[in-house]
Write a protein that binds this ligand. Structure first.
Ligand code: 5RP
Length: 232
């Protein structure tokens, strides 16, 4: 098995555990990315077997996959009362703070996570880090108007903000925004940085999810590990 297939198998193993937390009648926040895809497929199987849930998707890709898996969806316009949101992450620190947004859906993911009574994060063990940042850039979703100025203000906090591109063009998120990937090394105080970034005019959201995770489910070579957040 190649290392990426191996990691994918661990993500699936963890996803299998995560869907056990979904019960009949729940409204479920549906994340985006390769781990979330496993969750959708496994939830779809439970729905086919009679589980009655409704989903809130964090991207169009997730909405399509959910529909194909037979998961009924709530619309973007209604007020959701989300029982549990299940999503992946790019990095997780020992306090269960996260970097998310590698897939470019971070604003929607953060809105859904904030609306959920419980946030379950599903990862393979390679996502666990002692400190956030370092080799992984922090995605910041910004308004296109004046983005180079916004980038300079972000860089004043430290690091280099690189506009995300796809196939040689600036990548636009489903919310019509751009992403600046901030390479700033180690993030010593994620809580402070999350607030500082969101104060900059033009920044809509950043990929730091601080104090939001309730449960972390990790796929490891030894099996699945479940960690409850120590919340105040
Ligand atoms: C998308 C995300 C994803 O959860 C994150 O990038 C992890 O992706 P994957 O499950 O494919 O490893 O934040 O915006």
């Amino acid at each position: 098995m190649s290392p990426s297939q191996d990691r994918d198998a661990l993500k699936r193993m963890a996803a299998l555990k995560a869907v056990e937390y979904v019960r009949d009648g729940m409204v479920v926040g549906l994340g985006t990315g390769s781990t979330a895809r496993h969750v959708l497929e496994l939830l779809g199987k439970r729905v086919s077997a009679g589980l009655a849930i409704r989903g809130v998707p964090t991207s169009e890709e997730t909405a399509d996959l959910a529909r194909r898996a037979g998961i009924p969806l709530l619309s973007y316009e209604e007020t959701w009362s989300i029982d549990v949101a299940i999503d992946g992450a790019d990095q997780v620190d020992p306090q269960l703070n996260l970097i998310k947004g590698g897939g470019g859906a971070l604003v929607r993911e953060k809105i859904v996570a904030a609306a959920a009574r419980q946030l379950i994060i599903v990862v393979d063990h390679a996502k666990l880090v002692p400190v956030l940042g370092n080799s992984y850039p922090l995605p910041v979703e910004v308004i296109p108007f004046g983005w180079p100025n916004t980038a300079r203000r972000i860089e004043a906090l430290g690091g280099k903000a690189v506009i995300r591109e796809r196939r040689g063009r600036i990548f636009t998120t489903e919310s019509g925004l751009y992403i600046l990937d901030l390479h700033m090394g180690q993030i010593d105080d994620p809580a402070a940085l999350e607030i500082q970034l969101n104060r900059i005019p033009g920044v809509v959201e950043n990929g730091l999810f601080v104090g939001q995770t309730d449960l972390l489910i990790v796929g490891t070579q030894r099996g699945v590990e479940v960690q409850q957040a120590a919340k105040q």
